[in-house]
Design a protein around this ligand. Structure first.
Ligand code: ADE
Ligand code: ZN
Length: 327
């Protein structure tokens, strides 16, 4: 029997606020005298029933994350869980919109605090972290341009990527092209959510209008064979989050998940958790489920992790050092 928790893993797609353990958010709410009881079920887990409600609960939970030190504590709490699940390299999505409301000087303080959190976690667990700053799609293109400028002004250190999350049904990727261009010019790696809630067209439109090397989810590309061939041809890396997809009903059961079909078609796939407590998962469970459902073993996971490190937004020394753990 393999102990899936101790198998070394990379994670490329993890929203820092979405990874906040419910107990952590409840503790902060109590410290700040904020009543957040409506976002928790009686068993203590987060309340939501569909994607739109998930985003609302997510933003309500974010409302108690107010200070840089809240985010330092959050970074360490999230990386404690990641480490306990065998993660050795983590890329986390952060957003200047949730850290100081988009103000550059405030964001500098938040980013510095999260960097301290990641350094503390590295000292404690050996885990390596990089940050991907994101704009929030449903906050609109103007805010996204501002977020990209704030991100570009602070690029470097652990902040190595730029991306977009949020309500995929809102506008087109092309509406956000300017913001991605600002981030690209600052030397940041680019990724965007697409093909999660919306279909294959959203992935195609993203590839046509933004110069991303990775797509967050992208799994609904499976609806279009030509697009799957293009992903393979262009070696666009998918940040696949199977447990998230099942919980959001993108696919009704694990056996229906297209990760194997995508991989077999030559598309580089990786495995992440997205917003683990919301989706009742962790990296150990994702690996166990992939093993149970599709028979994936250690060799498959080593290949997946090498693929992830090839696509990671980090320097080559780090890439090679972490890659060596998957040989
Ligand atoms: N923000 C946090 N989780 C997300 C998801 N799964 N899709 C889009 N935006 C998100
Ligand atoms: Zn996501």
């Amino acid at each position: 029997m393999i102990d899936w928790a101790t198998v070394p893993k990379t994670e490329l797609h993890l929203h820092i606020e979405g990874a906040a353990p419910p107990d952590f958010i409840r503790t902060l709410a109590a410290e700040k005298n904020v009543d957040l009881s409506k976002i928790f079920k009686s068993d203590g887990s987060y309340v939501w029933k569909d994607f739109a409600e998930f985003l609302k609960t997510y933003e309500a939970a974010c409302s108690v994350l107010k200070t840089p030190d809240d985010f330092r504590r959050l970074t360490e709490a999230v990386l404690d869980v990641s480490s306990a699940n065998g993660v050795v390299y983590s890329e986390m999505f952060l957003s200047p919109d949730f850290c100081g409301g988009g103000d550059l000087e405030a964001w500098k303080d938040f980013l510095a605090a999260m960097t301290v959190g990641a350094q503390n976690s590295k000292a404690k667990h050996g885990i390596e972290t990089r940050f991907i700053s994101t704009c929030i799609r449903h906050f609109g293109p103007e805010k996204a341009v501002h977020t990209a400028k704030v991100t570009a002004a602070t690029a470097g250190g652990l902040l190595t990527g730029y991306g977009m999350g949020g309500e995929e049904r809102h506008l087109n990727a092309s509406d956000f092209a300017e913001s991605f261009e600002i981030a690209r010019a600052a030397g940041l790696g680019l990724t965007s959510h697409a093909g999660e809630i919306c279909g294959a067209d959203s992935v195609r439109e993203t590839l046509d209008s933004i110069n991303v090397t990775r797509i967050g989810h992208g799994v609904r590309a499976i609806e279009d064979a030509d697009l799957v061939a293009r992903l393979a041809e262009e070696q666009i890396v998918l940040e696949v989050c199977p447990g998230s997809n099942i919980e959001l009903n993108v696919f009704s059961k694990w056996a229906d998940h297209p990760i194997v079909k995508l991989r077999d078609a030559g598309v580089p796939v990786t495995v992440s958790t997205d917003d683990p407590p919301y989706f009742h998962t962790d990296m150990t469970q994702e690996y166990r489920k992939l093993h149970e459902t599709f028979g994936w073993g250690l060799t498959d996971f080593q290949a997946i992790n090498r693929e992830a490190m090839k696509a990671a937004f980090c320097d080559d020394e780090t890439r090679q050092r972490i890659m060596a753990k998957f040989e």
